[in-house]
Design a protein. Structure first.
Length: 163
């Protein structure tokens, strides 16, 4: 659970679960190397205003250009140009900075990640994401968008395979 106190991320709660009676092994903490490569996925988006769900495809390429820098390029459907950004690796955090805001990806135990702004601003839209590895070649991400009033507008679940 991502929780903000005033404008900063405060304690992050990660509840690791597994089905009773299974012998699923405990996953190691997520590493940058686990994310490198090209991930192709399918997504479903649900809307708070109850309009019909939408389905889309995505391709996310993550490359490490130095020991402290990565580049990610996201292509959502073929009719939207790809979006690239550069992040700086700081231990178990990747920081993406732009003129509008700084976003961090926290690499967490059990192959999970949390993406959120470093600071939130009142009356500004907000994007949050949690991600987890199902196995070394399959990943899911749950993204949620909020409007300037703080109400969630839509939610997207993406299932990706490393190609």
């Amino acid at each position: 659970m991502q929780r903000f106190d005033k404008d900063e991320l405060k304690p992050l709660t990660l509840i690791r679960e597994r089905m009773r009676g299974t012998d699923a092994a405990e996953r190691a903490p997520l590493l940058v190397s686990d994310l490198l490569g090209t991930w192709q996925g399918k997504a479903i988006t649900q809307y708070a205003d109850l309009r019909p769900d939408t389905y889309s495809t995505s391709q996310l390429t993550i490359e490490q250009s130095s020991s402290t820098q990565i580049r990610q390029t996201l292509q959502l459907t073929e009719d939207i140009p790809p979006n690239s950004s550069v992040g700086h690796i700081e231990g178990s955090r990747i920081l993406f900075e732009s003129e509008h805001q700084s976003v961090q990806v926290l690499l967490l135990p059990a192959g999970t990640s949390s993406t959120c702004p470093v600071k939130i601003s009142p009356r500004q839209p907000l994007f949050l994401e949690v991600g987890w590895l199902l196995d070394s070649h399959t990943r899911q991400r749950l993204m949620r968008w909020y409007d300037a009033a703080g109400a969630w507008t839509h939610l997207t679940l993406t299932t990706e395979r490393k190609v």
